[in-house]
Design a protein around this ligand. Structure first.
Ligand SMILES: Nc1ncnc2c1ncn2[C@@H]1O[C@H](COP(=O)(O)OP(=O)(O)OP(=O)(O)O)[C@@H](O)[C@H]1O
Ligand SMILES: [Mg+2]
Length: 332
């Protein structure tokens, strides 16, 4: 059974636009300027237990709206949402026990309590047994490095300390699924690294299914094997990161440095699946079709014919790939 399932899910917000001035306000009373925002349109995907999936898309694409429907905060306008086989809307209590959620912009911790007291509250809310709580907390404190913060009032914690506190809080009851909406937003390099280590740890050690929203492509590159990309409310890509990169940029680059003073580098080089892009001094940049010829085959071919001193392979930039995907016309 899939852990997370969406079938043809739509979410439409009805918003009333404020009209200018007193006249506008009066007019608005009788003829309000209503508008529909199609935040999520016909979205379907399924995530299996233990997957770690990156859910990405530009601002306003519908990521947070989707995660809110999955965690039962919002109702879909149409379609079916299932989490661990249950409806987050109709079986909210049961689903809440099985999921954890962290929203980058909103705190779940009680700002008037010390961090440890906040966790005691979660223990009661989720009815966590004493020894389970102790074990879970100790484990999370170690991975997130927050053991020293338990006596600190949440209000006094820095942004990075609080985010680590939020993550531990969301995992205390050992949920099967964790929804993370921009957990690394605004964090410094060290906190980002700690958050990534934590995500990797719970996914590998506890086999927690993770749906991660982020604008940080290092998060994606370091953590996610699968990517779901949403744009203007529609899913535009869903699959392994490597396959996406390949389909968008089937080319790789080879930088070949020849021995200087041996004439034009790679003179007369011709290949069915590779071409010279530029020659500068003794360095040549070659573009090749990865599916047609491997880098190693090309390198041995070149070294057999030319005085090659050094070779490096250039991978495409994930950022360029994602930009290309976002930029594609999604229509409708
Ligand atoms: N409560 C709401 N009422 C009206 N419109 C909303 C509401 N929540 C979201 N929207 C609209 O729905 C669309 C999707 O918003 P959503 O927050 O899901 O985007 P997102 O992908 O999370 O973007 P970001 O990367 O900026 O967080 C946007 O056009 C947004 O303005
Ligand atoms: Mg969002």
């Amino acid at each position: 059974m899939a852990h997370i399932e969406l079938e043809r899910v739509c979410k439409t917000f009805r918003v009333t636009r404020k009209q200018k001035g007193l006249a506008g306000a009066v007019k608005g009373l009788f003829r309000p300027d209503r508008r529909e925002v199609h935040a999520v349109r016909d979205v379907s995907f399924a995530i299996e237990p233990g997957e770690l999936v990156g859910f990405i898309g530009p601002n306003g694409a519908g990521k947070s709206t989707t995660i809110k429907m999955l965690s039962g905060i919002l109702y879909p306008t149409s379609g079916r949402v299932t989490v661990v086989g249950l409806s987050p809307q109709k079986q909210r209590r049961a689903v809440v026990q099985r999921i954890g959620a962290v929203f980058g912009q909103r705190s779940q911790l009680n700002w008037d309590l010390r961090l440890g007291e906040s966790y005691e509250l979660f223990k009661r809310i989720y009815r966590i047994a004493d020894d389970d709580f102790e074990r879970s907390l100790a484990e999370l404190c170690e991975v997130l490095g927050i053991g020293d913060l338990l006596d600190t009032p949440v209000r006094q914690m820095s942004l990075g300390q609080r985010m680590r506190g939020e993550l531990a809080g969301a995992m205390l009851h050992e949920p099967d699924i964790l929804f993370l909406d921009e957990p690394t937003m605004g964090m410094d390099i060290e906190v980002k690294a700690a958050i990534r280590a934590f995500i990797r740890d719970i996914n590998q050690r506890r086999r927690t299914t993770v749906l991660l929203t982020t604008h940080d492509l290092d998060d994606v590159e370091e953590l996610c094997e699968r990517l779901i990309i949403i744009n203007q409310g529609r899913i535009i890509e869903d699959g392994p990161l490597a396959a996406l990169v390949d389909s968008i940029t089937p080319h790789r680059y080879l930088i070949v440095e020849c021995d200087p003073g041996t004439g034009e580098p790679l003179a007369g080089f011709a290949h069915a699946h590779a071409e010279v892009l530029e020659r500068r001094d003794s360095v040549v940049r070659i573009r090749f079709a990865r599916s047609q010829v491997s880098a190693s085959a090309l390198i041995s071919e070149l070294s057999a014919r030319y005085p090659v001193r050094d070779v490096s392979v250039q991978e495409p930039d994930i950022e360029d790939v994602i930009r290309t995907v976002y930029g594609r016309d999604v229509g409708g």
